[in-house]
Write a protein that binds this ligand. Structure first.
Ligand code: PD2
Ligand code: ZN
Length: 290
């Protein structure tokens, strides 16, 4: 791996120290992420020495941001319907079937037409591969045993269908198209599942600064159901005791204003028992995703 000590890595080291992590623990995390121990040791010592020198000189230094209850970032959300239970996004009217404040969750009806669901499946099917997840230890990707689906990513705006869906989502959630990652399609066969996890990138992992360069943190997720499994395959929110049933064209939206379990957005894809499950996931970032 690339062993160059980037400004992002130096800031991460300082943040870990300011958050109270012992140097041995920080070193251990770096070695686990693939750093050679002596390179990591020098990077750690140099960074912390420079930081202390800068502090002693009275110069202002970047300080760690420890999010508290009052410090969450702005997040996507729908304009809630006053009485009709529907949001008009120009080309469709979308039903708000359920709304929860903490965790912030919306269950949406009729976000996609049946034809759009079928077209997404048809376009994704030939491009499926065993799902990878972003590896926050290094910023790369890895096979994840907790995720037994097959998946693929579309590029943002790669077809008229995707452009139309992306701009609908942007209008619905009041969030720029440019801040969205390319749509991901997942296919689960019988027995496949996605164990409970958070979608934000864990700030304590040394690969996270690299991932955040492409548009900051993830702040919201929209999981769109492209079909209806015969049995199983709901999206679960263990902290809220909530399970959303997959129904073709419907979706579940949730947001997280900080990368913390305090958002209560732990969620998973329950095992498919009978049939298959297709979903399309849209992740929204703080800033333009490049
Ligand atoms: O397929 C799902 O229900 C599901 C559950 C949890 C999808 C995701 N997470 C995801 O794509 O992040
Ligand atoms: Zn997820």
């Amino acid at each position: 791996m690339n062993q160059s000590v980037t400004p992002e890595l130096r800031q991460w080291i300082v943040d870990q120290a300011l958050a109270g992590h012992q140097p041995e623990a920080v070193l251990g995390a770096m070695v686990q992420a693939g750093w050679t121990e002596d390179v990591a040791e020098v990077a750690l010592e140099d960074t912390l020495r420079d930081h202390l020198r800068q502090r002693a000189s009275g110069k202002p230094v970047a300080s760690v941001v420890v999010p508290t209850a009052a410090q969450g970032v702005r997040v996507p959300d729908a304009d809630l319907p006053v009485s009709s239970g529907e949001v008009d996004v120009g080309d469709r009217r979308i039903q708000v079937l359920a709304s929860l404040q903490s965790p912030r969750v919306l269950v949406l009806g009729g976000l996609l037409s049946g034809e759009e669901c079928d077209a997404l499946i048809a376009a994704a099917r030939p491009r499926l591969a065993r799902s990878l997840t972003v590896q926050t230890k290094t910023g790369g990707e890895e096979l994840n045993p907790d995720r037994t689906s097959n998946g693929m990513f579309f590029n943002r705006g790669e077809s008229e269908l995707l452009k139309s869906i992306e701009s609908r989502i942007a209008r619905l959630l009041n969030w720029p198209v440019e801040n969205g990652e390319g749509l991901q399609v997942l296919h689960y066969g019988p027995g496949a599942e996605y164990k409970p996890h958070y979608d934000y990138f864990d700030p304590v992992e040394p690969g996270t600064p690299t991932i955040l360069k492409r548009g900051g943190q993830r702040v919201a997720t929209l999981v769109m159901y492209l079909n209806q499994p015969e049995q199983g395959g709901g999206t679960t929110f263990p902290d809220a005791g909530l399970e959303v049933a997959p129904q073709r064209g419907n979706a579940v939206f949730f947001s997280y204003d900080r990368p913390s379990p305090a958002t209560r957005t732990l969620h998973g894809g329950a095992p498919v028992i009978v049939g298959e499950k297709w979903v399309a996931t849209k992740w929204l970032r703080e800033r333009e995703f490049v």
